[in-house]
Design a binder for this molecule. Structure first.
Ligand code: SF4
Ligand code: SF4
Length: 486
């Protein structure tokens, strides 16, 4: 037996203006789950505590709550002292009970065919990854697109795709899905990471529905323009200045002994729009013993096409990019764009290892920069934090050069083709990001993705910088101090 203290959100709309956290201490068995703690509070301290549960074995989804801010099933989450237990971020009916009806009512019903049809084994297997939903609504509670649009949400899209794959369904699911907000999803992956059944909604439902929409000629015009640009130029954005590839040679040697050799996958944004940021990164890498090989024939990774369901040209992009590095015997390819890194790691099958710059620098260790008297906050790019599981490495680097103040990890609204296809939604999410930045009191915003960098800069009055640029500033300050000491 062990004693556990938790804080639980209490709220009775008939009496309270706002929810409040109450502390409770209970004794439970070792290995107890959060649900056992709620039972103990209810049975031994306060029988008015309202919470839902049913199967108590992770099968029904009714006990979903937030523990320390993260959606979980109370019956599966180990109880830990000090935890804060709150309802999902959905309209609260009482204490931990939320209103599930609006989201459940948005789930589309099947429209049966007149003639009975039996799905084949192949069709059943295709549906499988989308079938295990237990309607806990954890995904709905974290979806940023739902906060600022009338999007019906991730599990409704999951169900639309499930039905699109089901031969017993008679309906063309695409017009409905578009009407319900198919193109409002930012590909942030928050729904997938929150799902207790690990349903990959962005990749297995939303991108697949967008690909079906493409086959029906329903891709957004702005997304079609991006695809046409990729076909014509090999790049998803137009140039505004000399590109990075025009400014650098193929092999860049480090200043000191070689610790590692990597191929550098530059990405469209750093090549065409933010070459100085990539040049800053190259300086940081040279200073830290990294030899860089940059094949100049590399092109767009294809992420803007995958996220928007335009897959016709994708194999060509993949083949040309893989050949560019394989032909130089590159064993490790470095990315500094979160979107490119996530795409190469998750959507390609590469014969080489792909590593993000934050991973590389923390793996080999960096020469310590000067610590600057600056208060900075860090924006987690969705395709770095969720797409590649990289959360701690950027923080480790940032803390070496500035003081870091945290803010909630929320999507800035630039991904999934939303910035180009739904600019009003992107602006609303960008403004929300700007508000969170303001609350931190930070003087600088640091991130590690060109799309986030570009988008957030339009929604804050603080400078938005790449980690590499900030590290380089630390090195320049260190050099200045050394010089002035002599
Ligand atoms: S990926 Fe993000 S925006 Fe898209 S449905 Fe999931 S939570 Fe919502
Ligand atoms: S998709 Fe996953 S998170 Fe969403 S309701 Fe279903 S089980 Fe819950």
């Amino acid at each position: 037996m062990k004693e556990i203290m938790v804080k639980v959100s209490r709220f009775d709309p008939a009496k309270d203006r706002a929810p409040r956290l109450e502390s409770y201490t209970v004794t439970v068995n070792g290995g107890a789950r959060v649900l056992h703690v709620l039972h103990a509070i209810h049975d031994e301290i306060d029988p008015t505590l309202a919470y839902r549960f049913c199967c108590a074995s992770g099968q029904c989804g009714s006990c979903a709550v937030r523990v320390n801010g993260e959606p979980v099933l109370a019956c599966m989450e180990e109880a830990r002292t000090g935890s804060v237990i709150e309802p999902l971020k959905l309209p609260v009916k009482k204490d931990l009970i939320v209103d599930l009806l609006p989201a459940l009512a948005a789930l589309p019903p099947i429209q049966p065919k007149d003639e009975p049809v039996m799905p084949t084994k192949q069709q059943i297997d295709a549906i499988k990854p989308l079938r295990s939903c237990i309607e806990c609504l954890a995904c709905v509670s974290v979806c940023p697109a739902m906060d600022v649009t009338s999007f019906t949400g991730p599990t409704a899209m999951r169900e639309e795709m499930r039905l699109a794959l089901d031969p017993r369904d008679a309906r063309n699911r695409i017009p409905d899905a578009i009407e319900q907000g198919l193109f409002t999803c930012t590909s942030c992956q928050a729904c997938w990471k929150a799902c207790p059944k690990d349903i990959e909604i962005p990749g297995k439902a939303i991108e697949k529905l967008r690909a079906l929409a493409n086959r029906q000629g329903r891709t957004l015009p702005r997304h079609q323009e991006v695809a046409a640009l990729v076909r014509e130029t090999g790049r998803s954005v137009t140039r505004e200045k000399p590109t990075l590839l025009e400014q650098v040679g193929e092999v860049i040697e480090p200043y000191g002994p070689v610790k590692a050799t990597v191929g550098f996958f530059v990405g469209c944004m750093y090549n065409m729009r933010l070459p100085q940021t990539a040049l800053d990164a190259i300086e940081v890498l040279r200073r830290n013993g990294i030899r860089i090989v940059i094949p100049h024939e590399q092109i767009c990774c294809g992420s803007p096409l995958i996220r928007t369901g335009q897959l016709d040209y994708l194999d060509t992009l993949k083949r040309r990019n893989i050949e560019a590095f394989v032909s130089r015997n590159i064993g490790t390819v470095l990315t500094m764009c979160a979107g490119c890194g996530s795409t190469l790691k998750n959507d390609y099958r590469t014969p080489f290892k792909v590593i993000d710059i934050n991973e590389l620098l923390t793996q080999y260790g960096i020469e310590p920069p000067a610590h600057l008297p600056v208060k900075a906050t860090y924006h987690d790019p969705c395709h770095l934090m969720r797409g590649q599981g990289i959360r701690e490495q950027p923080r480790k680097l940032i803390r070496q050069v500035v003081d870091l103040v945290e803010m909630p990890a929320i999507c800035c609204g630039s991904g999934g083709g939303v910035r180009s296809g739904n600019p009003e939604e992107a602006a609303a999410l960008g403004s929300r990001r700007g508000e969170e930045i303001k609350k931190t009191g930070a003087e600088v915003v640091i991130t590690s993705c060109p799309f986030c960098e570009f988008h957030i800069a339009g929604h804050t009055d603080k400078p938005v910088k790449n980690i590499a640029t900030v590290l380089l500033e630390g090195y320049k300050e260190k050099d200045r101090k050394v010089k002035s000491a002599h």
